[in-house]
Design a protein around this ligand. Structure first.
Ligand code: KDG
Ligand code: MG
Length: 402
């Protein structure tokens, strides 16, 4: 089999997505997600201008060799743009191989370690009462694990919390929004939020919380310690992860489990976090971490250190990436949990897929390959629109870490 053509689809059914389609001389094609929220066109150019000319003519079955060729061959290794582009190619090749061998991708990765994958939903509210209502709604939908975020008293808005009740989308169209941030009211508020959630819903429900990289290690240690009575499944991104050893301080002070990795791109970004057992869950996902090939290596390395996976699954990871995460999560031994932030109806219609949610778990489907398609005609009706994640400033005007 030979790759004959590859093309990049940029469209915005509900939000922006970059999708790579790799075609072969046997009529089989594969899809890969290359979406990098707020920097989509950089990945599209990397693919179109630099990667596609190098893969046409190659045998799509040689996934490991093509991965190494793109990673080592570029000279400029790692980074989100490079790794998202390599990830898009890699996922498309796994999809091709599954279709060619008429088997779901999880079978190529070792077969089923489990039937369904535990997923967590997002519940949020402008205040605690509204957050509790949203938790109740998601519990009713069958979720067994729920991330809870709420507005902070005294702050105009909080990232991760919808301005009006219901879903929120991380990126907004136009130029970046500026939001305000203050750590002290946040640290005082979050333990009160979780006390109310436990009081209302009991001990059974798994509870998670995302700190969005905003705390210093010692502030995160305080938060983790004060949340201990509420037995969280994890606190996520407590502090920025460029300085991996920052996590040692948090680890030394709290038994609240720690998750990190949605902005990490390679095993080297998490090497110290994992081998020192400073974290419990690694959140990298296929699109931003070089595809299924590299993510499986990260997961296997993590398994040596009692670290489990908790792949990022926000709306900016396309259905193609969700399918990749579900196939990998089905196969690996150390799967932990999968984030599930449902896409809009427009997204779901443009990307028909076999995976589904039932009773708190997700299933990848049993069709060949990844089980996701792209309706290119429909996608053409949703042209790309520039959109960014917000930036946050402390009350004195200083930009936060994120
Ligand atoms: O692109 C960034 C978003 O996906 C991210 O900010 C959402 O933190 C997030 C999460 O945990 O889903
Ligand atoms: Mg997050």
């Amino acid at each position: 089999m030979k790759i004959t053509k590859a093309s990049v689809n940029i469209s915005a059914p509900g939000r922006n997505f970059v999708t790579l389609k790799v075609e072969t001389d046997e009529g089989i094609y594969g899809l890969g997600d290359g979406t990098l929220n707020g920097r989509e066109l950089a990945v599209a150019s990397y693919l179109t201008d630099h990667v596609i000319p190098c893969i046409v003519g190659r045998d799509p079955f040689q996934i490991e060799d093509i991965w190494q060729y793109l990673y080592r061959g570029s000279y400029w290794r790692r980074g989100p743009v490079t790794m998202a582009a390599i990830g898009a190619v890699d996922v498309a090749l796994w999809d091709i191989k599954g279709k060619a061998l008429n088997t779901p991708v999880y079978n190529l990765l070792g077969g089923k370690s489990r039937e369904g994958l535990l997923v967590y939903a997002h519940a949020n509210g402008t205040d605690v009462d509204h957050a509790l209502e949203d938790v109740a709604k998601h519990k009713e939908l069958g979720y067994k694990a729920i991330r809870v975020q709420s507005g902070i008293p005294g702050l105009a808005g909080t990232y991760g919390v919808a301005k009006t009740p219901g879903r929120y989308e991380p990126a907004e169209r136009g130029l970046p929004q500026e939001c305000e941030w203050a750590t002290e009211p946040y640290l005082r508020h979050v333990p009160k939020l979780f006390a109310r959630v436990r009081e209302a819903f009991g001990e059974e429900l798994h509870l998670l919380h995302d700190c969005h990289h905003r705390l210093t290690p010692m502030e995160a240690a305080r938060l983790g310690k004060e949340l201990e009575p509420f037995h969280l499944f994890w606190i996520e991104d407590p502090t920025p992860a460029e300085l991996q050893e920052g996590f040692r301080t948090i680890r030394d002070h709290t038994t609240t489990p720690i998750a990190v990795g949605e902005v990490l791109n390679s095993i080297w970004d998490a090497h110290d976090l994992i081998r020192n057992q400073w974290i419990d869950y690694i959140r990298m996902t296929a699109v931003h971490a070089g595809g299924i090939t590299h993510l499986k290596k990260v997961a296997d390395f993590a398994s040596l250190y009692h670290v489990r996976t908790g792949c990022h699954g926000a709306t900016d990871l396309s259905p193609v990436c969700m399918a990749a995460a579900l196939h990998l999560g089905t196969a690996i031994h150390n799967f932990g949990i999968q984030e599930h932030m449902p896409h809009t109806d427009e997204t779901d219609t443009v990307f028909p897929h076999q995976y589904f949610f039932q009773d708190g778990l997700m299933y990848p489907g049993e069709g060949p390959g990844l089980g996701v398609d792209l309706d290119e005609k429909l996608a053409a009706k949703y042209p790309y629109q520039r959109a960014y994640l917000p930036v946050n400033r402390k009350l004195d005007g200083t930009l936060t870490d994120w």
